[in-house]
Ligand binder design. Structure first.
Ligand SMILES: Cc1cc2nc3c(=O)[nH]c(=O)nc-3n(C[C@H](O)[C@H](O)[C@H](O)COP(=O)(O)O)c2cc1C
Length: 202
């Protein structure tokens, strides 16, 4: 199997994270920068933005998530919520994924014919970036998962790290050492999901 195919299989949602720095912080930064640079975007608009939070800054983020959820979750259920947050904070960092809405609006103004498509393509492109970072972290031995506490934490994130107002938060990826392997994953029959005609016909 190719290196890429192996990496695709290796990427899983890892919830049991530890603080053992299996990938040094500088290397995490390189991985993220490489993905941000090379992941495609509509009209090469490069609308993705990322904030990487290491150590205490990551803990600060999960504290903001906790503070945002507390008034919304019934007290008797908050223990479970808090456990989840602690697990995400169990790693040694979190990657925040954004799309710069000023870029999306700029594309809509320049290419009115595709105006409705740009917000959708922006999300698709960011999904590619999230996947690329997730897979690259897994490839080098770190575990991660994909979380969505946006838009709940948007304002808190903006003021905590001075994030520009046009950067729309789309996903949060806590990462760390893999402290427990993920469970077995079930797969639907590929015959139901992939059709091929012509030379690729089964
Ligand atoms: C677009 C998208 C959104 C997701 N959102 C969440 C989420 O908010 N919380 C979470 O724990 N996992 C989330 N996941 C992870 C999926 O549940 C997970 O990828 C899927 O069950 C397959 O498991 P695997 O990642 O181990 O292969 C998301 C995945 C995708 C692709």
């Amino acid at each position: 199997m190719s290196t890429l195919a192996t990496a695709l299989e290796k990427r899983r949602s890892i919830y049991a994270l530890g603080k053992n720095k299996v990938i040094p912080e500088q290397r995490v930064r390189e991985i993220v920068e490489h993905a941000v640079k090379h992941v495609p975007s509509p009209f090469n608009s490069q609308s993705a933005r990322v904030v990487i939070l290491f150590g205490s800054e990551s803990t600060r983020f999960w504290g903001l998530v906790r503070d945002s959820l507390k008034p919304l979750v019934p007290p008797e259920a908050f223990g479970k919520t808090d456990e989840k947050i602690k697990a995400f904070d169990g790693g040694y960092g979190t990657v925040l994924f954004f799309e710069d809405q000023s870029v999306v609006r700029g594309l809509q103004a320049r290419f009115p014919l595709y105006a409705d498509n740009f917000p959708v393509w922006s999300l698709q492109s960011n999904g590619m970036l999230e996947f690329a970072v997730w897979t690259a972290l897994a490839e080098e031995g770190a575990g991660a998962s994909l979380q969505h506490y946006n838009p709940l934490v948007d304002e808190a994130v903006r003021s905590a790290w001075g994030v520009p107002a046009d950067w729309k938060l789309l996903a949060e990826m806590p990462f760390g050492s893999v402290e427990a392997a993920p469970g077995e994953k079930e797969f639907l029959p590929l015959k139901e999901r992939v059709l091929a005609y012509g030379d690729g016909k089964a």
